[in-house]
Design a protein around this ligand. Structure first.
Ligand SMILES: Nc1ncnc2c1ncn2[C@@H]1O[C@H](COP(=O)(O)OP(=O)(O)OP(=O)(O)O)[C@@H](O)[C@H]1O
Length: 315
């Protein structure tokens, strides 16, 4: 298998995926760039049809990109043979689907479902590891029950334990809380994050769930088949010694220097066709294309914080 040593766990450069059906081409991914560091827990959000599932299918080895490059845990996804792909799906990535029924075998208990991937890969110590993972996900008491005897949230937590059974470097989850109510979603996302932290697993979770940002450090927005903006959450201690969570919004800049401004800023400021840019010593300003904005009193000073990096509280 093609591996490299120095690496982020997920690395995508200019990923393109074009679907052709009955002579009609759909560009699901249009030059997507994404880098996720080992151990990070990242949410991928975006409108329906923006390309989230397409990306996850590529990263999970179920689909191949039309162009671009992608590596997961050092494995070059473009260069995998069929046999390497099977090995990749067995031991490098774990996957959780939205449909609870798709994740688990109905005739096996929770413990046996978790043990199954280890049986297939020939891993030893299966019983102990299954028990440990179920405990980590907060469903140790469900070990001897079959999926039909579990709630939707419990099933998804068992599914996460199953996906983690062979100690994958990366856990991919496509709408894992899509069929759950708010309380169950909260528990599943919380359990997934703490299990990933405990095991050092990198997580990429696709979601429409607005509460997900409470559970991840980084939320990446995908728009028209490209990553556009992202929000990073950090805990800071203010001047009074009080801890608070601060969310900062960033936009992605590609190798050609292109950036995509957040839609809300574009609409609010009436930015269109052409914008005026001014370089200051520490940042670049973007202005609507009209003559009313000079470099005079209403312009931001070079020592003021640029828009979008002002540590705005979003909770
Ligand atoms: N197998 C396919 N054949 C043709 N077009 C496809 C196929 N799969 C996805 N597409 C198209 O590619 C685009 C991206 O789809 P994708 O499923 O990745 O979006 P998504 O962001 O996951 O959407 P949702 O949130 O609704 O699941 C859409 O226009 C979709 O119609």
């Amino acid at each position: 298998m093609n591996t490299t040593t120095a690496r982020p766990d997920i690395w995508c450069e200019d990923l393109v995926r074009i679907y052709s059906t009955e002579g009609v081409e759909v560009q699901a991914l249009q030059g997507l760039n994404l880098v996720v560091d080992p151990g990070d827990v990242v949410a991928l959000v975006g409108a329906s049809g923006s390309g989230k599932s397409t990306l996850l299918n590529i990263l999970s080895g179920l689909d191949r990109p039309t162009g671009g490059r992608a590596r997961v845990a050092g494995v070059d996804l473009m260069a995998m043979s069929r046999a390497q792909r099977v090995d990749y799906q067995r031991s490098v990535v774990g996957f959780v689907w939205q449909q609870t029924s798709r994740n688990l075998l109905p005739f096996l208990t929770a413990a046996d479902n978790v043990a199954l991937p280890m049986v297939i890969s020939g891993r030893g110590g299966r019983g102990a590891r299954a028990a440990e993972l179920l405990d980590l996900l907060g469903v140790a008491d469900c070990a001897d029950r079959r999926p039909a005897q579990l709630s939707g949230g419990q099933q998804q937590r068992v599914a996460i334990a199953t996906a983690l059974a062979n100690a994958p470097s990366v856990l991919l989850a496509d709408e894992p809380t899509g069929e759950l109510d708010d309380a169950a979603s909260e528990q599943v996302l919380g359990a997934m994050r703490s299990a990933a932290e405990e095991l050092g697993t990198t997580v990429l979770v696709v979601t429409h769930d607005p509460t997900v940002s409470d559970h991840v450090r980084r939320t990446v927005q995908i728009r028209d088949g490209r990553t556009s903006t992202e929000v990073l959450r950090q805990t800071v201690v203010d001047a009074d010694g009080v801890e608070r969570t601060v969310a900062r919004e960033y936009t992605v800049i590609d190798r050609a220097g292109r950036i995509q401004l957040p839609r809300a800023h574009v609409d609010e400021l009436g930015l269109r066709d052409r914008v005026r840019i001014e370089k200051e010593s520490s940042h670049v300003q973007v202005w609507p294309d009209d003559e009313t904005h000079g470099t005079g009193d209403d312009a931001l000073g070079a020592d003021e914080e640029p828009p979008g990096t002002d540590g705005e509280e979003r909770r």
